[in-house]
Design a protein around this ligand. Structure first.
Ligand code: ADP
Ligand code: ZN
Ligand code: ZN
Length: 723
């Protein structure tokens, strides 16, 4: 027997399948981890196939040394997924397999914990009258049947335990101990489904992809839980993805209260041991519901009955670091492999997904009203340029201040949202609202502090920093955004007696910090929560009557063709935090561009109108989903090497432009906007092409680059970030 093996090393030269002999008597199965001799070393590898016959020269083939464990760590479905991802995303096999296993397991750092349990042996022994503790221990075991060593020692002392063991009165057994993450369990609200929830649950049962478009507060979580219950009752498992750690504590609590220990949680906020044990619980079938962030899509569950991607429009579903993949693609692959429904849920679906629904590739399911029957909060747009003219140059408009005062008087709560995305920012005239844009690409220029320049992330063009507004001549043209600290400071000044909480990257770096801040907020009246994107999603606080959006434009003029879409999504999400209880809510949206079309649609909760407008613009400008952008990123410590490589690849790709006439309408090679990271020089090629031949062209591009390069090169389709 011969085994096809992938070596667990992240090197381009090792990125192929190697053949080894299976020694007689060794029971090797597909998906197992093994140790094989490689050159002078012994390396870990994964068995991805088995063959009776040898494909190469049998004399030269070495035998497998040993198995790492006795089971297949990678299940069959995942081996197929590996092949699919390698082809689709042009990734190294070993790097894909690493996604399937917890890093702790691959590196052998974390092991399963075992604990000793004791029970009565059935042998009657005499215990002296004075040995109260031994008596009590025996009584305890009589009623509890079995208890762990740590529990018994704590209750009755170690010596009582050991003397009973010596006498043979009790016997011991080793059991695995699981480190389960702890969550506050909330009361499980048993609700009757609304008619649209009921329809949604009934509809979404086929082997199809559904786009669940439900307004904020329409009760999507309840729908997800019903779908999962149905899958469990059919004896199947379920995967549910949530975008990021910020909203997970609440979701996890809800799921734990409904499904108990059948839920396993996978996300980066867990300790290594917890993550490993949760993975094992899923792997062994002890738990059948995987809930977690992006990487939970690789949960080792079998016989999947439903896959749910909550807030499907979220950027965090596309991995920006290597290996780069799209969670949607993987979810679709797994859903089809299991013949299970895939549910993509959102109040603001991505333009890409909605376009697919429009074309019939996804089935659209709508929940247009809130589950409690309440109206969505009113959104009032405040023109900050007008505020300036009136002489108010502070962060808060007079409208926002009076609404805040009002909420505080009623002893209720407000959330202040600071729109901050990434490190970059644009230049804006504070007097007329003018924004510096690229003359060629019509996207906003990004200010780069390191060389004090404005750069276009699409074509690489650079511009001098403006000291005077080209539109109105004002010198009040600035770069930079308001920070959370500044807002908190200002609020303290305005409302010295009110509890003000802050939630951003700085205040949430420790474990469970999110949970603590949110719990404190929940229990304080009145209170104001100031935060970034983290407070935008998921939270369901009934006392929040007001949401203030300090500077809505921050995501609007980002150098990204998706920036309008992002803004629409973010604002709709944040707005959805207001008025979730009995009293009506309100949103005050502060902007320097009050006439931008996105705000009109946002204020009317008109997703469809927004989609039509955006679709039109993207179609005209030939941006995705009506074209495909391929970014090829080269980076190396040796700048000459990258530059030469870039040139060679560019010249070859340029030939494709002739071969596929009219299909590639943009091709350029440039320095990346951030030209050096971790001592590596970065250059990139950007290709924008029509959809018809995109797959074919992409394959040819992969081949060109692979042939030319001796190191890894990163490919990204429709990149989220061009820096
Ligand atoms: P979404 O995720 O769609 O924004 P949620 O799932 O957070 O909405 O639900 C909003 C609120 O409505 C929650 O407090 C939830 O408990 C409640 N809810 C959901 N379904 C129902 C129902 N059928 N009847 C009453 N309340 C419901
Ligand atoms: Zn101006
Ligand atoms: Zn440009």
């Amino acid at each position: 027997m011969f085994a096809q093996i992938i070596i667990d090393q992240d090197a381009k030269a090792l990125d192929k399948v190697f053949e080894y002999k299976v020694p007689d008597g060794m029971d090797v199965k597909e998906g197992m981890r093994v140790i094989v001799p490689f050159g002078k070393r012994d390396l870990q590898g994964f068995v991805v196939g088995l063959n009776e016959n040898c494909q190469y020269d049998e004399q030269k083939i070495k035998p497998i040394k040993e198995k790492v464990e006795d089971f297949s760590a990678i299940k069959k479905e995942m081996l197929n997924l590996m092949k699919y991802m390698a082809e689709k995303n042009h990734l190294k096999l070993a790097s894909i397999i690493r996604l399937f296993l917890p890093a702790e397991m691959r590196e052998g750092k974390v092991r399963e914990l075992f604990e000793t349990f004791y029970s009565l042996s059935g042998t009657e022994v005499s215990v002296g009258k004075s040995a109260h503790k031994q008596q009590a221990l025996l009584e305890y075991l009589k009623s509890e049947r079995s208890a762990s060593s740590s529990e018994l020692c704590e209750k009755f002392g170690r010596s009582a335990l050991s003397s009973l063991l010596e006498k043979g009165a009790i016997c011991q057994e080793k059991k695995t101990k699981r480190r389960e993450p702890v969550f506050v369990e909330e009361d499980d609200k048993k609700v009757t489904l609304t008619p649209s929830q009921e329809r949604a649950v009934e509809t979404m049962c086929e082997n199809e992809t559904y786009l669940l478009h439900g307004v904020t507060g329409s009760g999507k979580t309840e729908v997800y839980m019903r779908l999962i219950s149905r899958a469990l009752s059919q004896g199947k498992s379920a995967i549910m993805l949530v975008p990021e750690i910020s909203l997970t504590p609440q979701i996890f609590s809800n799921f734990k209260s409904r499904f108990g220990s059948r839920v396993a949680i996978l996300h980066s906020g867990l300790s290594a041991g917890e993550r490993f044990d949760e993975w094992k619980r899923l792997f062994s079938g002890e738990a059948t519901i995987a809930v977690g962030a992006r990487s939970a899509i690789f949960a080792p569950v079998e016989n999947v009955g439903v896959i749910i991607v909550d807030e499907e429009h979220e950027q965090s579903y596309i991995s920006e670091s290597n290996p780069r993949f799209s969670t949607h693609d993987v979810a679709i692959f797994r859903a089809r492999a299991n013949k299970a429904p895939l549910v993509l849920g959102s109040a603001t679906p991505s333009v890409e997904s909605y376009e697919k629904a429009k074309q019939g590739k996804y089935k659209l399911v709508e929940m247009p009203v809130r589950a409690n029957g309440k109206e969505l909060p009113q959104i009032q747009i405040v023109d900050m340029v007008g505020e300036l003219r009136k002489g108010n140059s502070t962060i808060f408009s007079s409208q926002l201040i009076s609404d805040l005062a009002n909420v505080i008087n009623q002893k209720k709560q407000a959330m202040m949202f600071i729109n901050r995305r990434g490190y970059s920012s644009f230049m804006r005239c504070r007097d007329c609202g003018y924004i510096a844009k690229c003359t060629d690409c019509d996207v906003s220029l990004v200010y780069h502090r390191e060389d004090n320049r404005l750069k276009c992330h699409y074509c690489g063009k650079q511009f001098k920093v403006l000291d005077r507004c080209p539109k109105c001549g004002s010198e009040n043209i600035k770069q930079g955004a308001v920070g959370t600290e500044q807002v908190v400071h200002e609020l303290h000044r305005l409302f010295p007696d009110v509890k003000i909480l802050r939630m951003d990257n700085d205040t949430t770096s420790t474990k469970n910090a999110h949970q603590k801040i949110l719990t404190e907020f929940k229990n304080t009246l009145p209170a104001i929560l100031v935060g970034t994107q983290m407070i935008a999603k998921g939270h369901d606080f009934e006392n929040v009557l007001l949401v203030g959006i300090i500077d809505a434009d921050q995501s609007l003029f980002h150098a990204d063709y998706r920036s309008t879409e992002r803004t629409f999504q973010l604002i709709t999400q944040v707005a959805g935090r207001a008025g979730r209880g009995a009293l009506a809510g309100k949103v005050v949206l502060q902007t320097y561009a009050p006439r931008h079309y996105v705000y009109k649609f946002v204020a009317n909760y008109d997703y469809k109108g927004f989609f039509r407008k955006e679709e039109n613009i993207r179609q005209t400008a030939q941006f995705p989903p009506f074209s495909r952008i391929l970014r090829i990123l080269f980076s190396d410590k040796n700048e000459n090497y990258v530059r030469d490589l870039l040139k060679v690849c560019y010249n070859e790709i340029a030939k494709l432009k002739e071969k596929y006439e009219g299909e590639i309408f943009y091709l350029d090679a440039m320095k990346s906007p951030i030209k050096r990271i971790q001592d590596k020089f970065r250059y990139q090629i950007i290709i924008r092409m029509k959809l018809d031949k995109a797959d074919q062209i992409e394959k040819e591009v992969f081949d060109i680059v692979d042939k030319a390069s001796k190191t890894s090169v990163f490919f990204e389709v429709n990149p989220q970030n061009m820096s």
